[in-house]
Design a protein around this ligand. Structure first.
Ligand SMILES: *[C@@H]1O[C@H](CO)[C@@H](O)[C@H](O)[C@H]1NC(C)=O
Ligand SMILES: *[C@@H]1O[C@H](CO)[C@@H](O)[C@H](O)[C@H]1NC(C)=O
Ligand SMILES: *[C@@H]1O[C@H](CO)[C@@H](O)[C@H](O)[C@H]1NC(C)=O
Length: 508
């Protein structure tokens, strides 16, 4: 059989690659890699690396290979972390070497999502933007926002009353139609840009933000060949199969606007004294760099909305599935207020059961099942295993949140687990892994938590959550997975507790 020239060249190339591969292996030395699924030479786990439902496969791998698992696709190192302890050691204690982000060609370069603080590589810009976000979102910075959070949650229930009051016993009160979560979005808006900006440019900016969130989910939920073969980014847009480039070009235009437009509108109104108080106003007054303010605040605005929406949806579902928990929550609120007033952010220390519910919401439904990947900037080792430089590190957050060693009956919604009799029995706070890790932890976590608490006490002051008439109660927590996991829609009834209670929400 005669070989064609192309076959000979191909064979020669393969041989060179194999030799090169073994030479590199020989040089590497040191600790062995963490255990993981068997790899082929050169292509590694190309055929068994999960391209969808990654979290499920990673959970299976954790059962087979342990707490830290290694895989390799075409020379790219992947390390999956399955315990809070390993997160602490690798991503927190050594954050200096493990806080890079992967350079995803599709998402960052072509779609243009790389502007956001969330995706930026460490460096001066990233450091500065995080500093600004901390100013506006740390617990101390949030003190001035407590009243605002309260009043937005009041408004939220008011909109439910208006929206659902038509005929109390009909389906009109059934989720999701009447559970309009607009006000969660409004709160993030006003916190970011101010009430005046909301009045003048609300619809435009909210619409833009929603489109941005769609691009985020769609881009990150899909697997793009160009991420593995970056040269593909040079194919012309009209080329057959280059649909990804046309999609990217369309998104890229919006990504440009997302970083600049809200800030420009705010700055203009701010100069005219019409913007109202906001994180942007606060940072402008401190004289921070304008470009950095624009980007830091735009990142918070994007990231903030979905988190609150998901928490409230999960809360209502939990009340539907666990009526005993709801009874206890209602009782705790009534013990404090006797139905005479609406609890505020300041009441939280006196509502430990509600506080435990907030923790359990984060644990029971993991909003980011695998977090956002980190990349190591230097070689590292963990418990005698080598973590190569450039490893893409993914944390199986959902698995950590449901580890039976730390949470008994992990799939049951049980706030009591966070109210142990002996303080030493307190399980791991789910927030420690729910909001990212080490230097990449989400600075907005305190605001998200405050908003969730506030939505809960406001809803439970007005309503009891019940099954929708004629509809099946969902069999459990069902979700659509992506970078952000969103509970599937379900039906429920919000039954007013009494007219007197609804009166508390009347505008004064
Ligand atoms: C980062 O890695 C280098 C080289 O391995 C090491 O000397 C340094 O101590 C590491 N830094 C941190 C913060 O772990
Ligand atoms: C409410 O108060 C009653 C009477 O003091 C007490 O028995 C009950 O445990 C309290 N309930 C909650 C959930 O705090
Ligand atoms: C979780 O459980 C493991 C195994 O029992 C234990 O080693 C670890 O300390 C626990 N973590 C926390 C934060 O409780």
């Amino acid at each position: 059989m005669a070989l064609t020239t192309l076959q000979i060249v191909g064979l020669a190339l393969s041989l060179i690659l194999v030799v090169f591969y073994f030479m590199r292996r020989a040089q590497e030395g040191g600790f062995p890699l963490p255990p993981g699924p068997p790899r082929h030479p050169l292509i590694g786990n190309f055929f068994n690396f999960p391209m969808s439902n990654q979290q499920e496969t990673f959970t299976l791998w954790s059962q087979l290979f342990g707490d830290v698992v290694y895989s390799n696709v075409l020379g790219n190192h992947f390390v999956t972390i399955n315990t809070a302890e390993a997160v602490e050691d690798i991503l927190t204690k050594k954050a200096g070497n493990s806080s890079n982000r992967p350079n995803m060609v599709m998402a960052m370069e072509l779609v243009g999502m790389g502007w956001a603080t969330l995706f930026k590589q460490p460096g001066a810009e990233h450091r500065e933007e995080r500093k600004l976000l901390h100013t506006g979102l740390s617990p101390a910075g949030l003190k001035v926002w407590a009243n605002m959070v309260d009043s937005q949650a009041n408004k939220y229930v008011r909109s439910l009353i208006k929206g659902c009051d038509r005929d109390l016993a009909t389906e009109e009160q059934v989720f999701p139609d009447c559970l309009d979560l607009r006000s969660a979005h409004v709160l993030i808006f006003i916190h970011s840009y101010g009430e005046g900006v909301f009045e003048n440019h609300g619809p435009e900016l909210l619409q833009m933000n929603k489109e941005g969130i769609l691009i985020f989910s769609k881009t990150l939920a899909n697997f793009w060949l160009v991420d593995l073969i970056p040269l593909l980014k040079y194919v012309p847009d009209w080329f057959p199969g280059a649909g990804f480039k046309r999609y990217a070009a369309k998104c890229n235009r919006l990504e440009q606007i997302l970083q600049t437009r809200p800030f420009e509108l705010t700055q203009k109104l701010h100069n005219e004294g019409k913007a109202g108080y906001s994180m942007t106003a606060q940072l402008l007054e401190q004289g921070a760099d304008q470009k950095r303010i624009a980007i830091a605040v735009a990142t918070a605005f994007q990231a903030g909305y979905e988190a609150t929406y998901v928490s409230v949806t999960v809360f209502i579902l939990a009340m539907l599935l666990y009526p005993d928990v709801q009874t206890k929550a209602l009782e705790e609120i009534d013990n404090l207020t006797h139905g005479e007033r609406i609890p505020t952010v300041g009441d939280r220390p006196n509502l430990p059961y509600i506080d435990a519910i907030c923790k359990e919401i984060k644990r029971w439904h993991t909003i980011g099942p695998l977090g956002v990947p980190h990349v190591t900037a230097e070689e590292d080792s963990y418990k005698g295993m080598r973590i190569p430089k450039g490893s893409i590190i993914q944390v199986n957050v959902r698995l950590i949140h449901h580890d039976p060693r730390n949470y008994t009956d992990p799939y049951v919604f049980r706030p009591e687990r966070f109210l142990p009799e002996r303080p030493e029995d307190m399980p791991l706070d789910p927030s420690l892994v729910a909001f990212g890790f080490g230097r990449r932890m989400c600075p907005g976590r305190f605001l998200a938590d405050m908003t969730t608490y506030s939505a809960i006490v406001n809803i439970l002051t007005a309503y009891t959550i019940k099954p929708a008439p004629g509809k099946l109660v969902p069999s459990g927590l069902d979700y659509i997975d992506g970078t952000v996991s969103i509970p599937k829609q379900y039906d429920c009834l919000l039954e007013p507790r009494s007219d007197k209670r609804l009166q508390l929400f009347k505008e004064d």
